[in-house]
Design a protein around this ligand. Structure first.
Ligand SMILES: NC(=O)c1ccc[n+]([C@@H]2O[C@H](COP(=O)([O-])OP(=O)(O)OC[C@H]3O[C@@H](n4cnc5c(N)ncnc54)[C@H](OP(=O)(O)O)[C@@H]3O)[C@@H](O)[C@H]2O)c1
Length: 283
């Protein structure tokens, strides 16, 4: 039976861990009830819900493999029967095979599309149906593989690029209903999936070789990403739609040659304290 909630209601896919969990607790602190989706880790999802309640909001956990359209339908049916509406949908969960293009098999391509693009589109359709005349917010999490090519990321990077383009089409279509649609594009973000990518993909370059090239000199945190999503979901971002907000410490603005590979005075001009800003050596 529907229990009308005076609080806004959010659904976050993949909120048992990582960025989704941090975001769930942030929203709860703003008085938003959160539906916590997960695939396998029921205990972790319940822990997220406990922290949501400790922050003063409510919600429920829902197991759904978002690769499966029937699971997506069942998840949204549960939102409808519990709350009767939805205000925020965050398509956060992602997974893919990390392989060179030449080694991608049919099942890799099909599962990647189902998991990372189809689930976003089906979810956004159902979310929009549940949003009332006040409108709503939709955000999808993407990554810098949509902008740059790096080893083994073709499948997920291309899916993220597709999601970012869907964001523009959805923004145009859902705008008249006061629903904004945006994406937050992350660089290296310190979560379980970063650990998997650098430590369990055989032959992957060392993470340190990438971190030294990031202008801000560190990986991002789940908090960095969740804060950007929270901004787009918040009261001050109501006129922003169809956009991708990049949260990467500057990783995608640099190109070779990298400052970290320079030497001598040139290197010191950026990394050394003495001489910083003293660029005109010939004078
Ligand atoms: N970490 C990075 O470096 C990085 C960088 C840029 C962008 N991003 C993006 O940010 C988002 C979140 O990443 P993250 O690193 O926080 O992820 P994560 O820590 O690996 O957590 C993944 C979450 O997704 C859930 N999940 C996985 N497969 C699922 C499925 N088939 N159905 C439903 N839920 C599923 C997991 O549930 P279980 O716990 O039940 O398995 C978990 O809650 C992703 O879209 C990712 O591409 C991440």
């Amino acid at each position: 039976m529907t229990t009308p909630s005076p609080a806004p209601v959010a659904l976050i896919t993949g909120a048992s861990r990582g960025i989704g969990k941090v975001l769930a607790i942030k929203l709860a602190k703003r008085g938003i009830d959160v539906v916590v989706n997960y695939k396998a880790n029921a205990d972790l999802a319940e822990e997220t819900l406990r922290e949501i309640r400790a922050a003063g909001a409510d919600g429920f956990t829902v197991q759904a493999n978002i690769e499966e359209p029937d699971d997506i339908d069942a998840m949204f049916d549960q939102v409808r029967s519990t709350y009767g509406r939805l205000d925020i949908f965050v398509a956060n969960a992602a997974a893919s095979a990390f392989k060179p293009v030449s080694q991608l098999k049919l099942h890799h391509l099909d599962r990647n599309w189902a998991m990372n693009v189809r689930s976003f589109v089906l979810g956004a359709q159902r979310a929009a149906e549940l949003m009332d005349s006040a409108g709503g917010r939709i955000v999808v999490l993407t990554s810098y593989g949509s902008l740059r090519a790096f080893p083994t990321y073709a499948s997920l990077g291309a899916a993220k690029a597709a999601a970012e383009m869907y964001v523009k089409y959805m923004a145009a279509e859902f705008g008249p209903r006061n629903i904004t649609v945006n994406s937050v594009n992350g660089g290296l973000i310190d979560t379980d999936s970063l650990d998997f990518f650098y430590n369990r993909v055989p032959g992957m370059a060392p993470m340190s070789s990438v971190i030294e090239k990031i202008p801000l000199g560190r990986p991002g945190t789940a908090e960095d990403m969740a804060s950007a999503v929270d901004f787009l979901l918040g009261p001050t971002a109501g006129y922003i739609t169809g956009q991708t907000l990049t949260v990467d410490g500057g990783l995608t603005v640099v190109a070779p040659p990298f400052w970290s590979d320079t030497t001598g005075d040139l290197h010191d001009a950026v990394f050394g304290v003495a001489g910083a800003g003293d660029g005109d050596a010939a004078s």
